[in-house]
Ligand binder design. Structure first.
Ligand SMILES: O=C(O)C[C@@H](Cc1ccccc1)C(=O)SCC(=O)c1ccccc1
Ligand SMILES: [Zn+2]
Length: 170
């Protein structure tokens, strides 16, 4: 089922996500719903925090054909390089706002997959950028937090307008 995505600056987006103790049937349903919601919103990632479920769960799919969803449960990300590189990020919770954020572009991901199997990978490029962006969501951080106050104000105003337009369309 499609889930509503919280929009910036909704305070619920600032909630710290709790670890998943057991991958229950309910969580498997949430994973399926998050993947469906991510594709519908044309995203390449989605954190559970964005659909108001405050558990440490991320889904991502960077494939062309949108047919290779990845699931990361209780993820831990460790930078593998010192230097940071800028990348033009977006966010499904801050629609139509894109801006450069500097992040290490090679990281180690340790997590569990949807079957509770261990994941331990070194990734770089967009995958590294995206997983750090999603990890931020689980810690109540949104990419606009890295931008200037002026850009944050502009982002807030722009999201407010876009939501009004979307509500008229519905
Ligand atoms: O809000 C989210 O977490 C999803 C977000 C993930 C993300 C994309 C790009 C850089 C960092 C994090 C998105 O999917 S935004 C929409 C999108 O598909 C996209 C935007 C910019 C570059 C590449 C993809
Ligand atoms: Zn985001």
């Amino acid at each position: 089922a499609l889930l509503p995505i919280l929009n910036y600056p909704d305070p619920r987006l600032r909630t710290i996500a709790k670890p998943v103790k057991e991958v229950t049937a309910e969580i498997k349903t949430l994973i399926a719903d998050m993947i469906e919601t991510m594709y519908d919103a044309q995203g390449i990632g989605l954190a559970a925090s964005q659909v108001d479920q405050h558990i440490q769960l991320i889904v991502m799919d960077l494939s062309e054909d949108k047919n290779n969803p990845r699931v990361f449960i209780n993820p831990k990300v460790t930078p593998l390089v010192e230097e940071k590189q800028p990348y033009e990020e977006g966010c499904l919770s801050v629609p139509e706002v894109y801006d450069k954020v500097e992040r290490p572009n090679k990281v180690r991901i340790e997590a569990l997959d949807e079957n509770g199997e261990k994941i331990d990978e070194e990734v770089e490029g967009l995958l590294a950028v995206c997983i750090q962006h999603e990890m931020d969501h689980l810690n109540g951080v949104i990419f606009v937090d890295y931008l200037s106050r002026l850009k944050q104000t502009r982002a807030r105003d722009k999201v407010r307008k876009i939501i009004k337009i979307r509500e008229k369309q519905d």
